[in-house]
Design a protein around this ligand. Structure first.
Ligand code: ADQ
Length: 504
């Protein structure tokens, strides 16, 4: 990853994301100083960006939540991180309960999230939610503009995700008002819907989202399809724009907005390394003996409990499989890793109850004295254990109803070091457009999922190995560091040349 810095020579990166890379939390732990411990949220994005931020000494702006976060930052919300080697600035922005309710749980997660995933039955719109989202985006834009003013050299502002659709135009406005310049770009981690769906937003919010995003110089999506959907929405809903679709370029308010596909990935070497440890081999064997004894197939799935992931649909398919294929009983055990998520929202809580109830019902229906069809790990699992679970799996089922990319599919491939596993993957994920060698399914079609599972279980060893090898070879050539490099290279191409390299 070293050579990433060359793209940033002479420029300072100002990142904006909802989640922060370092979080302070109250802790009873003996090692916690003054009862406060440091937590590094898991996730590929932080692990890819943190080293780059450390080496280029940029600023990361994010939501500071909780009193321990407040106590450890200065008056202005700033602190240097990481604590053991302070090298870049974390700027925390404070939100109150009404902000979280309207901006995060409200507009971001009850309007944009379901609409972008085409799951209209979960869509809810309230004027107050949009108003808060707009106000909170403005507050983050203020913080970003202040950090641009402090940054040495030219600034590159990089905004993450659907929490900040309105922010890019706001940052641009603030910089223009103070005569500052920066290259502004945004990565959108979830799908982008076609115009008929975006039309379901009230006009003010719909215009706020599209015009906000058009404040970017470059917009990055996982796939060409999402990028095209965005261009279609702009063409249909924003007057006075010209576009060159073939060049992925929109002419808006006298500037060019570039759009592109940059499929995200994982730290492949890290996952593979975790899965190759002797401890992971031992744990995988233990799981296989415990749950996949006597040659039974061990299936695995890993998700946050979210209605986009198709967990009830997956359970329905398993139930139907045991019903129609008695020979599968006692021959297939499924390890379902499902961690609660966004539980403050009623629809997520209801889904969690539904998942628990249907696992219990399937187990009550099919269990025998020697066999339990579904084993539920209803918690967040550490990376080491997760790698062992992936390694143990004969098959991994990803059944998302719609998913921007889906990193679980890539993690399973990276961890399947014994090259005996089959990936059964929903066509409705970004990953399905990139990964060749998976058994593709449509989770809405339960019969098709059952057929896909039967195909995976029956697949001859040689074919499994050949497919898994091909998927692994391809994944190694497209890691999260390649993703980051391709985005920074594109920024380097589009941004005005830096005045001169910065001393680091
Ligand atoms: P998510 O919707 O969170 O991400 P995904 O890409 O699958 O979906 O990433 C989930 C991550 O959480 C994976 O790294 C997985 O290992 C981890 N995880 C899930 N359940 C877990 C558990 N029980 N214990 C431990 N870890 C667990 C959003 C978009 C995706 C897009 C990513 C990145 O919705 O489509 O791929 O951002 O852009």
């Amino acid at each position: 990853p070293q050579d990433l810095e060359r793209y940033l020579a002479g420029r300072t990166l100002i990142l904006l994301s909802n989640r922060e890379p370092y979080e302070h939390v109250r802790s009873e732990d003996a090692s916690a100083e003054d009862g406060i411990a440091l937590r590094r949220p898991p996730g590929g994005l932080v692990s890819a960006l943190d080293p780059t931020m450390q080496r280029t000494r940029g600023t990361w702006v994010a939501w500071g939540s909780g009193s321990a976060d407040r106590e450890t930052a200065g008056e202005d919300g700033r602190l240097m991180v990481p604590p053991e080697c302070p090298s870049y600035t974390l700027r925390r922005v404070w939100l109150d309960d009404a902000d979280v309710e309207g901006y995060y749980l409200g507009f971001a997660n009850s309007a944009l999230w379901p609409l972008c995933h085409l799951l209209l039955q979960h869509y809810e719109t309230r004027a107050e939610h949009w108003a808060r989202y707009h106000a909170v985006n403005a507050r983050f834009a203020d913080a970003v503009a202040e950090e641009v003013a402090r940054a040495p050299g030219d600034a590159v502002v990089w905004i993450q995700d659907y929490h900040f659709a309105a922010a890019p135009a706001m940052v641009r406005e603030r910089l223009a008002a103070t005569g500052q310049k920066a290259f502004i770009h945004q990565f959108w981690h979830i799908p982008f819907p076609p115009p008929d769906i975006l039309r379901l937003l009230p006009t003010e919010a719909q215009q706020g989202v599209l015009r906000g995003m058009l404040g970017n110089d470059l917009l990055e999506f996982h796939t060409e399809r999402y990028a095209m959907n965005f261009m279609d929405c702009v063409a249909a809903l924003v007057p006075d724009v010209q576009m060159r679709r073939e060049h992925r370029r929109i002419h808006f308010e006298g500037r060019e907005v570039h759009v592109g596909a940059f499929p995200i990935s994982i730290d492949v070497a890290r996952y593979e390394g975790l899965a190759r440890r002797a401890e992971a081999a031992r744990r995988a064997e233990q799981l296989r003996v415990r749950y996949g004894a006597n040659g039974a197939t061990l299936g695995v799935s890993v998700d946050r409990i979210d209605y986009t992931k198709g967990i009830p649909e997956r359970l329905r398919a398993l139930d139907q499989l045991f019903e129609e294929a008695p020979e599968m009983r006692e021959c297939l055990t499924f390890l379902v890793v499902a961690t609660p998520s966004r539980s403050e929202l009623a629809s997520y809580k209801a889904l969690e109850d539904e998942v628990l109830a249907s696992v219990a019902a399937i187990n009550a229906r099919w269990s025998t004295p020697e066999w339990t069809p579904i084993v539920l790990f209803h918690e967040n699992i550490g990376a080491e254990e997760l790698a062992a679970i992936y390694r143990a799996g004969d098959l991994c089922l990803v059944s998302s109803l719609q998913d921007g990319m889906n990193l679980v599919a890539k993690e399973f491939v990276a961890c399947n070091v014994d090259e005996q596993g089959v990936l059964v993957l929903s066509r409705l994920t970004g990953a399905a457009e990139e990964i060749e060698g998976a058994v593709l399914i449509n989770p809405f079609n339960v019969d098709g999922v059952v057929a896909g599972l039967r195909e995976a279980i029956a697949m001859p060893q040689a074919q499994r190995r050949a497919r898994m090898r091909a998927m692994r070879a391809r994944l190694r050539r497209a890691t999260i560091f390649d993703w980051l490099a391709s985005i920074l290279a594109r920024v380097d191409e589009l941004a005005p040349p830096a005045a001169e390299p910065l001393p680091r």
